[in-house]
Design a protein around this ligand. Structure first.
Ligand SMILES: [Fe+2]
Length: 340
């Protein structure tokens, strides 16, 4: 299995990339909004197809990039059902299975840091614990829907029932650790080793931590899969975006080209990463795309794409625009750096 542990220094957040290198199907866990370009570039370089973008919970300290990752790659967003995140495609519950290639992640409900926290178990080998179990620590339980008793029971009654050899990959680390094992945390986690429920609750109640710095932007941002962050979308009163807008936001929107294959592969070429969906088959081909992810439709001159954008809006796509001037305008505009 291909495995990458990615780190965001600003928020000390780990993002995990797992993939079956045989067929290239991949899963990301807890992607961070300001690392979107890094993550898209990596997926591209490793030639991976992102199937799922999963959250361990609705984060209070950073904003997810799941909405933009989904817009770009078509990945389904998975968040605990109880979180009520409307832009998620997969409402996850205990025992749920997330397949990618030859592998499976199993959902373990591990509430307590928040009441919707999930951990993901890979084949009794690795567990991604989010902010429930950290290395030599735990997530806090004093805001959102945290509950120290619930956290103690999730860890001791569920995570600590896994085999001792299972490797623990947390959502954050502030001390330079990268991984641990269930056995190691049972023996050495100072909040848990030899501690009763009452002792644990007393420790948690005595922490007196300051509120996370970005909580007021992070929570509403994450309830919208991060789609309202870093992507100033044009007004829905407009049906078109111009070339400069698409150049500036290329990494964060999906581009659908409604010409036929001959034009798509012809002299004018196509926008890098665009998906070919000829106008005649558009209704059928676009059906599986996420309805709320930003989408720009392209054709040769902008006329067919305008009609296609209107059609897609009628079909329930809420963030779709046509590229004014089409490929003729795209090709004649000064080329800016294409980041992905
Ligand atoms: Fe958290």
């Amino acid at each position: 299995m291909l495995f990458r542990q990615l780190f965001d220094r600003e928020t000390a957040t780990y993002t995990y990339l797992l993939a079956d290198e045989q067929n290239g199907e991949a899963v990301m866990i807890d992607p961070v909004s300001h690392q979107l370009e890094r993550d898209l570039k990596l997926l591209n370089e490793l030639n991976l197809t992102l199937r799922y973008s999963l959250e361990t919970h609705v984060h209070a300290d950073h904003v997810t990039s799941s909405g933009a990752l989904s817009a770009w790659t078509g990945a389904a967003i998975g968040v605990s059902e109880a979180a009520g995140v409307k832009c998620a495609h997969l409402p996850l519950t205990e025992g749920g299975v997330i397949p990618f290639g030859r592998y499976r992640l199993r959902v373990l409900a591990t509430p307590g840091h928040t009441h919707t926290c999930a951990s993901y178990l890979l084949d009794d080998q690795m567990v991604f614990t989010g902010d429930a179990l950290l290395i030599r620590g735990t997530g806090r339980s004093d805001f959102q829907s945290g509950d120290a008793v619930q956290l103690y029971r999730s860890i001791t009654g569920k995570l600590f029932t896994l085999a001792d050899h299972v490797r623990v990959y947390p959502g954050h680390d502030y001390h330079g650790f990268t991984m641990s094992t269930i056995g190691e945390e049972k023996a050495h986690n100072p909040r848990l080793a030899g501690k009763s429920e009452g002792a644990f609750v007393a420790i948690m109640n005595g922490l007196n931590l300051p509120a996370p710095k970005h909580i007021h932007e992070a929570l509403p941002g994450n309830m919208q899969c991060g789609l309202n962050v870093g992507l100033p979308l044009p007004d829905m009163d407009h049906l078109e975006v111009d070339v400069a807008w698409l150049q500036a936001h290329r990494a964060k929107v999906r581009v659908v080209d409604v010409r036929d294959r001959g034009e798509f592969e012809g002299d004018l070429g196509h926008v890098d990463g665009a998906r070919l969906m000829p106008a005649a088959d558009l209704t059928h081909l676009a059906a599986p795309l996420a309805k709320h992810a930003p989408l720009v439709v392209v054709c040769r001159s902008g006329r067919r794409s305008l009609a296609a954008a209107k059609l897609l809006r009628k079909q329930g796509f809420t963030r779709v625009w046509s590229l004014a001037g089409g490929m003729l305008a795209w090709r004649s505009a000064p080329r800016e750096r294409v980041t992905v």
